[in-house]
Design a protein. Structure first.
Ligand code: OXD
Ligand code: MN
Length: 556
């Protein structure tokens, strides 16, 4: 199939001495990111999809797409792609079958999922599988729709070859449809990475973290510990999606349903993600990166300066003074997880790994401290439900505007957002050993627009404070909107950070948080009648405590 894709010009071989098994794919320039405005949840009623999703009526939508798809694969090859999300045979795992006329999609599915006969074996005679239909059509935005029919466990996607629109296993099945199934079956399907943090004493703590697209989940999942933290090891379980179930111990257990990583290339380098650089040294499909004259890849933020004569992501000659980017800002690498040098030995465990902390994070220039611990589960759900982030290039639209992105699921929750919050609260009641919930912000800036925290590997310092909280070694300081570290509780050895800068990064400013809680209230009003009362009650209590200058706002 690779040879066919090369012959058709879909894949361009890179220099196999430098990058064995690596290829470049250039997409249609009108098809480079997820199109949230063309992504639909097609439930019988609009209310089931809720106020944060685009909705279309199922019958009309099937009819319309049948019209577009009928005969559209004539003369093309149709690939039948059976796949498993999750380890074969795990009670967490689910089967999907995607029909597609894109060889790029079929090949990418082979990297991103456990594809092939294992899926058919797991399925057996059952008809319990996700039905995915993907037709590239003429890649026209006029005939581009990504439609989810949760009641039918079905996805029909047309007019786009972009990963998040066309690899139906990923955002479409493992998040939108799975979030629906998860509510019915009492589990959680989340936009979270999963990582194991092994101490020098050999104890591993697993955490799951939800960040919006292109906010550093992959980097955090593959983090290289700073030099001063000898003996600490970071082991990746997943970099984008977590399926979480309540285990026999009453705790939360997680698997990564995927088999590979579909990561953002620009900004990835030896410092930001040494392990990703190693991972994509072989067997990787690069999409919309630039190509060097000697058959290698280049993007903005890679370690080497741009060579004189590059070919840009659209296949045009490019020089360093071109004044435009050589790689698309949402250029991607698709690599098998087996290439990750710090892959967790537990990625195939059928029962998953036990989660001790859930982390919510966003890209916030102000307001949100480096780390904040919630008072309890309900308060943690409030943190997740109201989290905001500045938008990135992963979706079509303006970059850098603040939007509320609950649990980083705004574009991925397959049903009514208020019902989703209620499901989170209900899960908290079922958990006898709930994980702690934290909020983090690696992106806070000082008055001159400089980042206050160095980020990347140094984020392990913050994760270690969380472990100290989990294990009862750190007390933290009450900041009304949650608990922040006492600066003395953070290991800052080897880090050049001014005490003022650190204080600034840990601050929860009363005025900023009053505005934050008011904005959260506005967002809740948009959710409407399905918003669970306990969330509004706790938001109100915190807003009141901020007004009254009080300490801890009581959770429930
Ligand atoms: C992704 C995304 O590709 O979130 O993971 O857009
Ligand atoms: Mn993602």
């Amino acid at each position: 199939m690779i040879a066919e894709a090369v012959a058709a010009g879909v894949l361009i071989p890179l220099d196999h001495a430098k990058r064995p098994g690596c290829y470049l794919h250039r997409s249609n320039p009108n098809d480079v990111a997820r199109t949230e405005n063309l992504t639909m949840v097609c439930t019988p009623t609009r209310e089931e999809a809720g106020p944060t999703n685009n909705w279309l009526a199922p019958d009309e939508t099937y009819a319309k797409l049948r019209g577009w798809l009928g005969g559209s694969m004539r003369g093309r090859t149709m690939y039948v792609v059976p796949y498993i999300m999750g380890p074969a045979g795990s009670p967490f795992s689910k089967v999907g079958v995607e029909l597609t006329d894109s060889i790029y999609v079929a090949l990418s599915m082979g990297t991103m999922t456990r594809m092939g006969s294992a899926a058919l074996e797991m399925l057996g005679d059952s008809d319990d599988f996700n039905r995915g239909l993907h037709g590239t059509l003429d890649v026209s935005p006029e005939r581009r729709l990504i439609c989810h029919f949760p009641q039918d466990n079905t996805i029909w996607s047309t007019g786009s070859g972009y990963g998040g629109n066309a690899l139906l296993s990923k955002k479409c099945f493992a998040l939108r449809i799975a979030s629906w199934l998860a509510r019915e079956e009492q589990w959680l399907a989340e936009h979270m990475m999963i990582v194991g943090l092994e101490s020098p004493q050999g104890e591993t703590t697993y955490v799951a973290a939800a960040f919006p697209s292109a906010c550093g989940k992959t980097n955090l999942a593959m983090l290289t510990p700073p030099r001063s933290m000898k003996g600490w090891k970071v082991r990746t379980v997943g970099d984008d999606i977590a399926w979480l179930r309540i285990g026999p111990d009453g705790g939360l257990w997680a698997i990564n349903p995927e088999f590979g990583y579909f990561g953002v290339a620009p900004g990835t380098n030896e410092k930001s993600n040494h392990n990703a650089m190693k991972m994509m040294a072989r067997n990787t499909i690069f999409t919309n990166v630039a190509m060097t004259p000697d058959g290698d890849v280049w993007w903005e933020g890679i370690d080497q300066p741009p060579p004189e004569n590059l070919i840009d992501w659209q296949g045009r000659p490019w020089r360093p003074d071109a004044g435009v980017k050589a790689a698309h800002p949402n250029a991607r690498f698709t690599s098998p997880m087996r290439n990750n040098p710090v892959l967790s030995p537990h990625v195939d465990d059928p029962q998953g790994v036990p989660i001790s902390a859930i982390i919510f994070g966003g890209r916030r220039a102000a307001t949100v401290p480096l780390v904040l611990e919630s008072h309890d589960w309900t308060h943690g759900v409030l943190m997740g439900a109201t989290m905001g982030s500045e938008t990135t290039a992963a979706a079509v639209g303006q970059v850098g505007v603040l939007r509320r992105d609950p649990m980083a699921m705004l574009p991925f929750c397959g049903y009514n957002m208020g019902d989703y919050f209620a499901h989170w609260l209900a899960m908290g009641k079922l958990l006898r050993k709930p994980p702690k919930i934290f909020m983090v912000n690696w992106f806070r800036k000082d008055g001159d627009g400089r980042f206050l925290w160095p980020g990347y590997g140094e984020n392990l310092r913050v994760l270690r404070w969380m472990i100290d909280r989990i294990d009862g070694r750190a007390r933290g300081v009450e900041a009304t909107v949650g608990l922040v570290p006492d600066p003395a509780e953070l290991d800052l050895k080897g880090l050049a950070l001014s005490p003022d800068g650190l204080r600034e990064s840990l601050k929860a400013d009363r005025g900023e948080w009053k505005a934050e809680m008011a904005a959260a209230g506005d967002f809740f009003r948009k959710i409407g009648p399905t918003l669970p009362d306990p969330l509004e009650a706790i938001r109100h209590a915190i807003a009141g405590a901020l007004d009254g200058g009080g300490g801890r706002a009581a959770g429930s």
